[in-house]
Design a protein around this ligand. Structure first.
Ligand SMILES: CC(C)(COP(=O)(O)OP(=O)(O)OC[C@H]1O[C@@H](n2cnc3c(N)ncnc32)[C@H](O)[C@@H]1OP(=O)(O)O)[C@@H](O)C(=O)NCCC(=O)NCCS
Ligand SMILES: CC(=O)OP(=O)(O)O
Length: 699
């Protein structure tokens, strides 16, 4: 089951709160602990709390703190985006959301309201957030002001955007529809929308659309003089009380607000009487314009009355006040219990709640998004802080990454190199390393050196390594670091920012060796594409793999993908899809695919297959219509290192994808390489995955 649902509308004033309230109410009937999360809240000039959050916490007695229920105000969002801090925005939202997800059974996420930057910005922000949180969406479509055909067209174009961004849509709820058009819209939805998407239509309701006197008082910036306890009175209509009293009375409808200059004592008293009279409709309240208050005798009279309608005084003139009244939008807030109950009832009456809960219960989030992937990696690494050795202390990128890793308390570190040089670099780079969690060792004068030399000699003497050679080897950072891991003095090693792959991994191949049941060490990259994470193997180790080695690479890569939460569907890449091409290289891949099927019948695998057929559902269907992998491969196995290494670099450089790795797989203990072109973030990520691998290592 998906652990959350995202409720979004594609334009302003769609009445989304009816759906959030109604849905929370029905979900609480089946799920014990639910949190409410609104990633972006409205700005409030006087720092008042967001009424959506307050209403949800108050009405449903949720056990969440107000501060935990949102990430940013709308203006903060605009500022950060303007400064180019998009990733910070998304990371912060994921962080807050995840905290709620971890402590609750379910999270109801309420999308952004529309504040003025334009519907497309706000809707695309909603889609972006839903996508990055990896949760399905319910769309609330505005029904008022549109014909059924227009509503359907709007919904279809929104669905197209969601499809393109691969955000699953569970339901479309059209709200505030003119009741006479319901049947027509039902028919259009039935003909035009996929049967997989649930639809419901909530008719326009005056009760939900009318603002209360409290909202009017706030909207006109008024001071409440009388009738404080009747501020929840709904305002269905308003009139200007500038005419003669008898004319004013004839214009009264149920729940009318009268805007009148404060010195019109005749109108004020008449309206109070009308409110009490059986022969006139209920009056919602009065607004006194022009900064005028009723004369003293009238005030005295009012003060002596028990039942009064709310009376609000404003400084603005009648015309301006009326304009303000007209623009007040009805909202739901904690004290307005009647409206809350009415909203919940309207939702339940018009929605197939059983089908909706069932749909939510059976929906699965599709894949893992890059941001979520990286967030989860760091979180997992922190669970058991491992000790990682970084042999290339002379590289400033290594020191910067070390600073970041220690600051975020992800690992403990040993950095190899000359202590004084490293300290000078740290000073120059303005990096402070937390001394409790870092150790700087120079291999050449380390007290560990003699024991490490003897161990290397013992391990490699059968390979013609003598003591002199072992001494020379062990003064090299890659050998020393790898020996620390071998001896259990560190849990993993990351190197390769300066040294080549051969230099970095040869010591591990020589004496850390493969773990039981694995004969080939290979590697994967986690390719964080714009909207999903896929696995590329092998892009770093085996130049010309045999069929047997290719099968090993595929199986290890699938296991690595499982270890990191990606469901494996293996594509054995070639220049042929099925029998479309021939040649020795195609046959090698075909044999490798057969070996994977024999060795691991549980793993979905397809091969030979071309890259386009592996990842594009349409091409996949066309080229290999019966394949379970074609079009949705998550683990892509390259036929040789020329293809693998350059493909990962091409994707990384041309698309801006983050490539995490190469992560070596098949070793007894984790040792990982870096590309010499790596960034500080690449080093950070590789240390994080090394720490996670170390958590899985059985000693
Ligand atoms: C990985 C690589 C360095 C191994 O080189 P090599 O010359 O085979 O290494 P060696 O012959 O010194 O072998 C060292 C040991 O590792 C073992 N070994 C080598 N490759 C192995 C593998 N893929 N899996 C398991 N063991 C392996 C060897 O059997 C040997 O064991 P032994 O000495 O105990 O008998 C080499 O294959 C290579 O250069 N690959 C390409 C790296 C590269 O440039 N990548 C592109 C940039 S990322
Ligand atoms: C992984 C890799 O390709 O490393 P480099 O760029 O250092 O050769």
């Amino acid at each position: 089951m998906s652990k959350a649902i995202y409720i979004a509308s594609s334009e302003s004033n769609s009445g989304k709160s009816i759906v959030t309230l109604g849905l929370m109410n029905i979900l609480l009937g089946t799920i014990r602990k639910i949190a409410y999360f609104k990633p972006v809240i409205r700005d409030s000039p006087d720092n008042r709390k967001d009424i959506n959050i307050e209403t949800m916490i108050d009405h449903f007695e949720l056990d969440t703190l107000y501060e935990d229920c949102y990430s940013f105000t709308y203006s903060e969002l605009l500022r950060l985006r303007g400064e180019g801090n998009h990733s910070f925005v998304i990371d912060s939202i994921i962080n807050k959301y995840k905290r709620l997800e971890d402590t609750h059974d379910f999270v109801l996420v309420d999308g952004m309201d529309f504040e003025g930057e334009g519907a497309s910005f706000e809707f695309s922000s909603n889609v972006d957030i839903a996508k990055n949180l990896s949760i399905p969406l319910i769309l609330v479509a505005k029904g008022s002001g549109y014909t059924p055909a227009e509503i359907t067209r709007n919904v279809l174009s929104t669905m197209q955007i969601l499809r393109e961004r691969e955000v699953p849509l569970l339901a479309v709820i059209a709200n505030k529809l003119d009741p006479s058009k319901i049947e027509e819209l039902q028919n259009l939805f039935a003909h035009s929308l996929s049967k997989r998407v649930l639809t419901s239509i909530i008719p326009y309701s005056q009760q939900l659309s009318s603002p209360t006197m409290k909202e009017i008082a706030e909207g006109v910036n008024g001071k409440v003089l009388f009738g404080q306890s009747y501020l929840s009175n709904p305002v269905d209509h308003f009139i200007v009380g500038a005419m003669q009293l008898q004319n004013c009375l004839t214009h009264l409808d149920e729940n009318t607000l009268i805007v009148t200059p404060g010195d019109r004592g005749d109108i004020i008293l008449a309206m109070i009487q009308a409110n009490l009279s059986k022969n006139y409709p209920k009056v919602a309240g009065l607004v006194f314009s022009g900064g005028l208050t009723p004369d003293e005798p009238i005030i005295k009279l009012l003060e002596g009355l028990e039942t009064l309608v709310p009376m609000v005084q404003v400084e603005t003139g009648t015309f301006e006040t009326v304009n303000k009244v007209a623009s007040v939008k009805s909202r739901i807030y904690p004290e307005n219990k009647l409206k809350i109950d009415f909203a919940i009832a309207a939702f339940e009456k018009n929605t197939d709640t059983v089908a909706l809960v069932d749909k939510i219960a059976t929906s699965q989030s599709k894949g893992i998004t890059p941001r979520m992937f990286q967030y989860q990696l760091v979180k997992r690494a922190r669970l058991a802080k491992k000790h990682i050795v970084l042999p290339e202390g002379s590289d400033p990128r290594i020191l910067e990454a070390a600073g970041k890793l220690l600051k975020q308390e992800v690992v403990r570190l040993t950095i190899l190199g000359k202590k004084d040089e490293i300290e000078a670099s740290l000073l120059k780079l303005n990096i402070e390393l937390d001394e409790k969690n870092v150790n700087i060792i120079n291999p050449v004068d380390s007290p560990l050196l003699p024991a490490y030399i003897s161990t290397l000699y013992e391990l490699r003497k059968s390979k013609n390594v003598n003591m002199d050679m072992a001494t020379d080897f062990m003064k090299d950072g890659a050998y020393f670091g790898t020996m620390m891991v071998y001896k259990g003095d560190a849990d993993g090693m990351v190197s390769g920012a300066i040294n080549t792959t051969q230099h970095t991994i040869r010591p591990a191949l020589q004496f850390i060796k493969t773990r039981p049941g694995v004969s080939t060490v290979s590697s994967v990259f986690f390719m964080c594409l714009e909207d999903r994470v896929i696995v590329f193997g092998d892009c770093a180790v085996i130049p010309k793999p045999t069929s047997d080695q290719l099968a090993d690479i595929a199986i290890s890569s699938a296991e690595s993908s499982i270890m990191f939460g990606i469901e494996p569907r293996i594509a054995m890449l070639s220049y042929s899809s099925g029998a479309s091409g021939t040649g020795e290289e195609v046959e090698k891949v075909r044999r490798a695919t057969e070996l994977v099927k024999q060795r691991r019948p549980d793993l979905p695998v397809e091969g030979p297959i071309q890259y386009d057929a592996a990842v594009d559902p349409i091409v996949g269907k066309q080229k290999l219509p019966n394949s379970k992998v074609a079009g949705q491969a998550t683990v892509l196995i390259f036929p040789d290192l020329n293809t693998g290494n350059n493909t990962y670099k091409a994707v990384q450089r041309e698309t801006g994808a983050v490539a995490i790795g190469p992560m070596l797989q098949g070793l007894n203990k984790p040792v990982n390489d870096l590309s010499r072109g790596c960034t500080v973030d690449d080093i950070f990520n590789t240390v994080v995955i090394t720490a996670i691998q170390a958590q899985q290592t059985k000693i």
